[in-house]
Design a protein around this ligand. Structure first.
Ligand SMILES: [Zn+2]
Ligand SMILES: [Zn+2]
Length: 326
């Protein structure tokens, strides 16, 4: 089968063997996949991942020895696969299993290939009415929705999302259902417009020196979601957060961040990391059309054109790049 690998900051298409499935796994034929900022980080060397990347995808179950009833169904995948033995796993939390594999990111091949093998337990069957092109956002939307599982967001919580990239917009779209006072801060007018179209306040900083933003919005938000992808943006998030407020960190950069802790201490801020969320909840939100993601699609490439698609995904200002399989 055709598959993608990242090697020494190069994208290569390889002929990989068809995945073997064990008794409790399913063979998934990929229908559509999305390229995420994490893929770009993997390409740069994050996690030193040597397998097949791709963790945002929709597929159709081709084989599932243990669950024949789901053969032929469209599915998305909860990407965290726990060891099943450790204390975290036994408490039902595979996401934080120290030995976990993560589909397309760590120890488990992903969906930038014609087929992929994943445990049946990690599959979520899609409702009939949910289009594949929307469902492909389930994994990143779950990560956006996770914020509201971690922080108590009230209808009047003043909430800012820093970054108008794919994750920033998705966080704003998702959190807009929890608070009526969401502002997205970014540098791309056309992307901020997508948020404005969903009733979200916007702040364009493209020709604003950083000091001006910090002055104007100092301590203005109860919750600041840092989703800019910039390892230094955390210091700006500290400035924008109100005393006793919370900074939610979504950026996972290959570069380390340097953070000035004094202000954090003086203002008694909480800093909270936020990763994956419940993909079943994301499927529900998409299936019920509570969150609208269509405007986030930039282009759909054929899987055979992956190198071109990836180059497009790396270009500054691109929105979600999707891959359609035969
Ligand atoms: Zn992702
Ligand atoms: Zn475990």
């Amino acid at each position: 089968m055709k598959a993608v690998k990242f090697q020494n900051q190069k994208v290569i298409m390889v002929d990989a063997p068809m995945p073997d499935i064990s008794e409790h796994e399913a063979l998934i034929k990929i229908l559509m996949a999305g390229i995420c900022a994490t893929d770009v980080e993997l390409y740069k060397g994050y996690q030193d991942f040597q397998g097949i990347p791709g963790h945002e995808f929709v597929g159709i179950v081709e084989k599932a020895p243990q669950a024949p009833e789901i053969v032929g169904k469209r599915v998305v995948v909860d990407i965290n696969i726990g060891c099943g033995q450790c204390l975290r796993c036994r408490n039902g939390d595979a996401r934080h299993c120290p030995l976990r594999r993560v589909v397309g990111i760590r120890g488990q091949d992903g969906g930038f290939a014609e087929y992929c093998a994943v445990p049946v337990d990690n599959l979520r069957v899609l409702p009939e009415g949910l289009e594949t092109i929307d469902a492909v956002f389930a994994e990143p939307l779950a990560a956006a929705l996770e914020i509201a599982q971690q922080v108590h967001i009230r209808n009047d919580t003043k909430l800012a999302v820093m970054g108008d990239g794919k994750m920033g917009l998705l966080c704003a779209f998702a959190l807009n259902h929890y608070s009526t006072r969401v502002t997205i801060i970014g540098r791309h007018a056309e992307k901020l417009e997508l948020a404005a179209a969903q009733g979200i306040s916007t702040c364009n900083t493209s020709d604003m020196p950083p000091e001006m933003l910090e002055q104007r919005l100092k301590g203005a938000f109860d919750v600041v979601v840092e989703a800019s992808g910039n390892p230094d943006a955390i210091n700006q998030a500290v400035k924008l957060t109100a005393p006793e407020g919370t900074i939610v960190v979504k950026t996972t950069s290959h570069q380390p961040s340097k953070i000035n802790l004094a202000e954090l201490v003086v203002n008694e801020l909480t800093i909270l990391g936020s990763r994956c969320g419940d993909i079943g909840f994301a499927v529900k939100c998409l299936g019920n059309r509570w969150v609208h993601v269509a405007s986030l699609v930039d282009s759909v490439y054929s899987f055979a054109d992956f190198p071109k698609a990836f180059e497009h995904a790396m270009a500054p200002g691109s929105k979600k790049i999707l891959l359609a399989f035969e």
